[in-house]
Design a protein around this ligand. Structure first.
Ligand code: F6R
Length: 631
């Protein structure tokens, strides 16, 4: 979603800002821009903006010789106002009066998040003569800061923030103070980067934006405000009290930009699907046995948050997540209830945060998030905490994220940076973390014998090799994808542990190929969706050789009897053969409890190859963003 980079330096900073935007491209965006204080023949605020890719912005910058030592840049994912150039950030204020629009700008600003009271602020500013160029909520902040400016940018921003309701991370500068950059965060992440010479300072929404520029990072906390000048910065907390360096220490953060190399793959999604054996091996590295300490590992360990104590105390689990992460939670529910025998509830974060629920202080609240930045999941966590549920744990792929910082316990998966908008390797890595959690809770409740522990550990160690063997099915999946490419609808069926995998398969297909896909627990077929089945409706069935296989076979007969064409993922030892209207891909083995982690892989490949055949933008599907930092 939206991304911010800003810098105050002594060199021309534009190439660094544009490079930062390139590194943020993976988050998804529909327009981008960069602004500087230009000290050329006509000094003042100057900018370039584009609704194409960052590469096009880079060309504009080169052609117009945009240069400056102070600047901000942004990738925008439209919320208020269409993705057109005049809505792209940075926004400038330009004074008041009839000729306002033609007056040179004074304040330049970029913003992530949503200002909820932008309508009333806009009306008040318009009444004072401010003229708006865009439909964005962001432009309101630029004019508001301008209206409060009296020679001190920091004071103007500080005062402007008291009028804002909503979520924001902002970076602002003023043409009258050409060596000063001010930033603030509330509800959206923002970091400070300290340059190698100690003089150059950066602001960014994500450490990845500064990869290769600096690894010296300070994480701003909720409500922080920062005043930056060359080589010096001052931080203030939400009460506007000065924050000492000990309170927000500089951390060395290794954000690999190398992950952005495609190698032999056509798309990042394909690369990431094929990285799964390594992602799982890395995620499970160092796990010698089942022990609660696995969940104690995290950056700012909270005093008293000891997994062994917490696991002994809790009597239920509440999982909060969105999208693909929600489906990993739905899978984990089956594990937690069947192996650890712990009552488990899984909720879509955006629903949970707004509904009345009955809190149980002995619940372990588990958030699942690849990015650790998803606004709804963070808000759901805070909501649970506000209801008195303080045993919190996250399964997250970003060690430095807000989610890891805000939860007492964590398991940080090591899938590596995921660039493709459609989550693949992060999903299977989450499942690995959730399986470990299941075993730890089972152990804490006395429901895991040593023999069982050994059996599960062996199965987990086998996962990388098992995934590799499943990836070798790619040519067979490509043959299915040829059939799917010309369809407009598809149905996915699964039962039990594999119903969430059917849901995930349908989500993958719809988000990148734009084929309408639905998933049902197979037993529900005759309660409605069977009416949709015709010869032009492919029906994907996840059919491992488990206790529900015979029931699933009956459901498949129901489909065939209506002329539906079946595409079945069967286990090595399942007696289902290909035939008329029945296409079978046989999985290399039978995987027991870990089967969902293997069965999802052909479904990822099916979505990927179908999307390629339809010519969609696989890594950046329309309307979607990688990091959903607004609600
Ligand atoms: C789909 C997908 C999304 C995310 C969802 C939550 O492929 O990636 O559905 O799973 O936006 O994101 P995180 O896991 O970052 O909280």
């Amino acid at each position: 979603m939206c991304g911010i980079v800003g810098a105050v330096s002594t060199r021309n900073i534009v190439p660094v800002l544009v490079q930062g935007l390139e590194r943020l491209e993976y988050r998804g965006y529909d327009s981008c821009g960069v602004a500087v204080y230009a000290q050329d023949a006509t000094p003042g605020l100057k900018r370039a903006r584009s609704t194409a890719r960052v590469a096009e912005l880079a060309e504009q910058v080169a052609t117009t010789h945009l240069e400056g030592t102070l600047g901000i840049a942004h990738t925008r994912w439209a919320t208020h106002g269409a993705p057109v150039v005049h809505n792209a950030h940075p926004h400038f204020s330009h004074g008041t009066g009839l000729d306002a629009a033609s007056k040179p700008g004074r304040i330049a600003l970029v913003h992530n998040g949503i200002i909820e009271n932008h309508d009333e602020l806009r009306a008040a500013l318009q009444a004072r003569g401010y003229v708006f160029d865009s439909q964005t909520d962001t432009e309101v902040i630029a004019h508001l800061v301008d209206s409060l400016y009296d020679g001190d940018l920091f004071e103007a921003v500080k005062s402007a923030l008291t009028h804002l309701h909503g979520a924001y991370a902002i970076a602002v500068f003023c043409k009258d103070e050409p060596q000063r950059l001010v930033g603030a965060r509330a509800g959206s992440p923002l970091i400070l980067g300290v340059g190698k010479d100690g003089q150059e300072l950066f602001l960014a929404s994500d450490a990845m934006a500064l990869a290769g520029v600096t690894d010296q990072i300070v994480y701003l906390e909720e409500g922080d405000l920062i005043d930056m000048q060359l080589g010096k910065y001052w931080l203030f907390d939400k009460a506007r009290k000065p924050v000492s360096p000990a309170q927000r220490p500089v951390k060395t953060v290794v954000a690999h930009s190398g992950a952005a190399e495609l190698g032999p793959y056509r798309h990042y999604m394909q690369k990431e699907i094929f990285e799964q054996p390594r992602a799982i091996a890395d995620t499970l590295e160092g796990v010698e046995g089942i022990t609660p300490e696995l969940f104690d590992q995290q950056m700012n360990h909270q005093p008293g948050a000891n997994a062994a104590r917490v696991f002994a105390q809790i009597d239920s689990v509440l999982i909060l997540a969105c999208g693909t992460s929600y489906y990993s939670g739905c899978t984990a529910k089956y594990w937690l209830e069947s192996i650890a025998k712990i009552p488990t509830q899984v909720e879509v974060a955006s629903e949970y945060r707004y509904r009345d629920s009955v809190p149980n202080p002995n619940t372990l609240v588990v958030t699942i998030t690849q990015s650790g930045e998803t606004a709804d999941t963070l808000a759901a966590l805070r909501h649970a905490q506000s209801l008195g549920m303080h045993h919190t744990l996250t399964i997250c792929n970003v060690a430095t994220s807000a989610m890891v910082r805000e939860c007492s316990l964590a398991y940080v998966t090591r899938a590596g940076v995921e660039i493709g908008v459609a989550s693949t390797k992060a999903f299977t890595a989450q499942l690995a973390g959730l399986f470990l959690l299941t075993l730890c809770l089972a152990q804490a409740k006395g429901r895991l014998s040593d023999a069982e522990e050994q059996r599960h550990m062996k199965a987990m160690r086998h996962l990388p090799a098992a995934l590799q063997a499943v990836l070798a099915l790619e040519p067979q999946v490509m043959a299915w994808a040829d059939d799917f490419a010309s369809c407009e609808n598809a149905l996915f069926l699964g039962r039990g542990l594999h119903y969430p995998i059917a849901l995930e398969g349908a989500l993958k297909l719809k988000e990148i190929s734009y084929i309408h896909a639905e998933a049902y627990p197979a037993g529900e077929l005759k309660h409605g969706p069977l009416a949709l089945v015709t010869s032009s409706m492919p029906v994907v069935t996840v059919a491992p050789n488990d206790a529900l296989l015979e029931k699933l076979k009956s459901n498949m007969h129901e489909v065939r009897a209506r002329g539906g064409v079946l595409y079945v993922l069967a286990d090595a030892d399942t007696r289902i053969e290909s035939g008329e209207g029945l296409h079978v891909i046989r999985m290399p083995e039978h995987y027991g409890e870990l089967s969902p982690m293997l069965h999802v892989v052909p479904l990822q490949l099916l979505a990927y190859h179908t999307a390629c055949a339809r010519g969609t933008d696989v890594d950046k599907p329309r309307n979607l963003a990688k990091s959903v930092t607004v609600e």
